[in-house]
Design a protein around this ligand. Structure first.
Ligand code: IMP
Length: 455
């Protein structure tokens, strides 16, 4: 029986360890759908302020964290989905940044699902305490309280946007007290602990006492009230409306998934396409989405955190790529590790992630005198072994590499069609398709929105 996909539906996710350039593709599809006269709906699925999507358009460079990438598309509706964990204060700052970048009013409508849970300063403080624990996977975290926020959901004690909107200050006060007691019990004074907040300088500020904490949320409530609603019916109706073009924006990547990533330095959300089904409360079966695009950097991977990947590059080439491709975290400004294109790990992520297409970015990061080296196998004691989602296992791995011919990066920048790419680049893409058992359908060949080749 032929699969009945929902037309005009696309999901974009990360196929490696994050920062693959997903935002560029989301922005590209949103802008293309708008030009085709469709109603554009961009739905952010998971994660929170740990994400950083850098967009370049009209000469501006802006990093989005919680707001979906379609926010600068005229008349688009951008939804912060129920699977997210939201920091209301940071969200307000981000909305202000978006307003400034669009000279006042954003051209789109921002909608927050009232089922989205909170990732508050309490969670950030608690994560900081966890970071100090030996053997904690939190040591590589972004400090945005993501794991404690999702742990609240698993512990069945989450506070949601709808509690803020209802002004349930008792519940929020109990939340504060609960974290304060836990953190005090572990030897810290939560009110005095400094946590990250969204600002250019990476500054921190104290959580404050209960009143200060609640006052900040009261202020946020005023401004977020008009944007927050029960989106269930809206999503249900839009999904069956053929005029609506659906774009699902995933955050992080399969290599950071809490089950499949390099444990213990993983994020806490489900980063596979299956999480779309959960975030929409079962309204959208992710298998009905026509294009599920896993994004990868074409010639290398990057990773930021404490995980140690077996195929990390030697320092000289790593430093060169880091500078050329601006490989610094959009959220934490940390420098990213540069990893050889790692087939054993990426093949695994491709298999469990649920993608049916691949989009490649950074095709121009190649050097004329340096062959492209890819990791083709993992070995232990001379025997071929698979990737497993476990740092201790990966510590034992010896990578096996193969060198492939490089190409002229300036030519890929200029190419507007697949056929205009250098032959070596075309051969390389075909090799990746065969290795990853998935077609490459999209190439990002430069930072600007329009620099995308559809194959
Ligand atoms: P958390 O999501 O802040 O808990 O961080 C867990 C791990 O995922 C850390 O190693 C982070 O550096 C990494 N991480 C989280 N979000 C991103 C992202 O958007 N890009 C790259 N790495 C990320």
């Amino acid at each position: 029986m032929a699969i009945q996909y929902r037309e005009n539906s696309i999901a974009i996710g990360g196929g490696a360890w994050g920062d693959e350039g997903k935002g560029k593709f989301t922005d590209y599809f949103a802008s293309q759908s708008h030009q085709e006269g469709k109603d554009v709906l961009v739905y952010r699925v998971n994660g929170g302020a740990n994400a950083g999507h850098t967009l370049e358009f009209e000469g501006k460079r802006i990093s989005l964290h919680q707001i979906p990438c379609g926010v600068f598309i005229k008349d688009a509706k951008v939804v912060l989905g129920g699977g997210m964990v939201i920091h209301p204060d940071d969200l307000l700052t981000e909305i202000k940044m978006v307003e400034e970048a669009s000279s006042g009013q954003p051209p789109s409508t921002i909608i927050i699902d009232n089922m989205a849970a909170f990732a508050l300063d309490t969670h950030r403080a608690y994560e900081d305490v966890l970071k100090k624990e030996i053997d904690s996977g939190s040591s590589g975290g972004t400090g945005r309280g993501i794991a404690p926020a999702y742990a609240d959901i698993v512990n069945r004690r989450e506070v949601r946007m709808r509690d803020l909107i209802a002004g349930d200050w008792d519940k929020i006060a109990r939340h504060y007290q609960f974290y304060s007691r836990q953190i005090n019990g572990l030897g810290f004074d939560m009110g005095k602990m400094k946590v990250a907040y969204l600002n250019d300088q990476n500054d921190t500020r104290p959580v404050g006492n209960e009143k200060e904490f609640i006052d900040r949320l009261k202020n946020a409530r005023e401004k977020l009230l008009p944007l927050t609603s029960d989106v269930y019916k809206f999503i249900k109706d839009s999904w069956v409306d053929p005029k609506t073009s659906f774009i699902f924006e995933m955050a992080q990547a399969v290599g950071l998934d809490y089950r499949y990533g390099v444990r213990p330095d993983v994020t806490a959300s489900d980063t596979t396409f299956a999480s779309i089904t959960a975030s929409t409360q079962g309204l959208v079966d992710y298998r009905d989405i026509k294009r599920r695009i896993s994004t990868l950097k074409a010639t290398y991977c990057s990773s930021v955190g404490s995980r140690k990947l077996p195929s990390r590059m030697e320092p000289q080439l790593e430093a060169r790529i880091r500078e050329d491709a601006k490989e610094y975290g959009a959220t934490t400004k940390r420098s990213r590790d540069i990893i050889y294109f790692d087939l054993p790990a990426l093949r695994f992520y491709q298999r469990v992630g649920g993608a049916n297409e691949i989009g490649l970015t950074h095709m121009d990061i190649v050097y004329p005198e340096t062959p492209i080296k890819i990791c083709i196998d993992y070995q232990i004691d001379g025997k071929s072994v698979p990737y497993r989602p476990d740092q201790e296992w990966l510590n034992k791995i010896t990578p096996v590499y193969e060198e492939l011919p490089t190409w002229d990066g300036t030519r890929t920048n200029l190419a507007q069609k697949f056929r205009n790419l250098p032959q070596e680049a075309k051969d390389y893409i075909h090799r990746l398709e065969a290795e990853l058992h998935c077609p490459v359908t999209l190439i990002g060949n430069g930072p600007r929105r329009e620099q995308v080749i559809e194959i």
